[in-house]
Design a protein around this ligand. Sequence first.
Ligand code: NDP
Ligand code: 2IT
Length: 449
Amino acid sequence: MSTLTNPKLESIYLEVVNRNPGEAEFHQAVREVLESLGPVLAKYPEFGQRKIIERICEPERQVIFRVPWQDDKGEVRINRAFRVQFNSALGPYKGGLRFHPSVYLGIIKFLGFEQIFKNALTGMPIGGGKGGSDFDPKGKSDDEIMRFCQSFMTELWRYLGEYIDVPAGDIGVGGREIGYLFGQYKRITTRYESGVLTGKGLGYGGSLVRREATGYGLVYFMDEMLKGRRQTIEGKTCVVSGSGNVAIYTIEKVQQLGGKVVACSDSNGYVHDEAGIDVELVKQLKEVERRRIKDYLKTRKDARYVEGGNIWEIPCQVALPCATQNELTGKDAAMLVKHGCIAVGEGANMPSTPEAVKVFLDHNVGFGPAKAANAGGVATSALEMQQNASRDSWTFDFTDHRLEDIMRNIYRTVEQTAEEYGTPGNYVNGANIAGFIRVAQAMVAMGLI
Ligand code: NDP
Ligand code: 2IT
């Protein structure tokens, strides 16, 4: 890997690598942000003097805990869980919980680090954090999920609070899990503290649009970006990876705006449906029946399923990776460009490898980085917190309009910041710089914290 052009930033990066051995994803996320910050240090010398970058790279607090639980056979199981409270300069720690067997500290730290800048970009009063466990929800019964969530919260509750730390969902954590977690928090604390978790059910403090928000927000962002390039989503062929929460509502919004999504996937393979993905069928399979995407073919006989296939082989004009980190490589990016892809929007967190990002930027592909493009989920979480704080609940349309405004504003912010710092069209720089400055200025104002 080449060294960072700015020697000060290179030495900060090497220090991060030394202090956090074996955490490749965290190193990757830090490096990408530092690569954007040279001109910021030049413009704001106080950030260097006050060691803002070094402080931001060190989480304020990290909790690692044991989660013992019993499966349906009565067998005792043990998982490891994490909550990394990364930065609270702008508000209480805010960020999702991920339940997936690949989870370890390095994944939670990369996600928490990204969350700081993403949350800053929303303009809402929320700091950055992330948590999760190496628990694998696949194949578990409802009761097992409940027992796991209860045990998880029995440890985590003491670190949470509506003014302290407010978790939500991420991979493997949706409405069902948030319900069990909320129930256990309430039981232990005896407080009906609605604002302690977001993504709640609509009957007990949840917000309309939160379920749809990340996917819808991604498409609003992409629509604004395409407008700036004299294009629209309408009529575009799109490929969306994943078939979870973010993927489903990305597909739905693309279709509402007149685009055509021809493929989606899960970790086993992808489906290619030239007639356009039947999103209601995907919802039924994934949200209701919790089945594999392969079963899509049982209903849609003309579609094609490729076990273990690479979804980026399918030609498209707009690519929307919505599954997981590093799912889109440099080779995939080159293939997408060759097939005429003009825009990429990251619904997942850090789905494109650094090599892939370089290919997109070098070829003037409109590239919406995760921090900006998928901020609609957490922004709507902040709207849920607002509703909880005022004991109010807003209509779908009102909330959706607020989300849309926030996403179009984020696009304008990253576009203008990229331009201002001499790299027009590079929204990676735009997002990193705009998010960083907001956090850094708050930290300077608050003294040595
Ligand atoms: P879900 O659990 O609902 O869905 C995840 C999807 O991605 C599934 O289709 C899953 O397939 C696939 N996937 C997960 N891990 C892997 C893997 N290692 N390899 C291949 N495929 C994988 O999660 P979400 O939709 O909520 O999250 C998707 C992405 O979006 C994540 O990167 C998350 O951090 C990000 N995100 C989520 C937000 C939210 O509000 N939920 C907000 C902003 C970003 P399978 O079922 O086979 O595992
Ligand atoms: O990555 C993310 O922004 C999320 N998983 C959503 C976080 C939140 O607090 O809504």
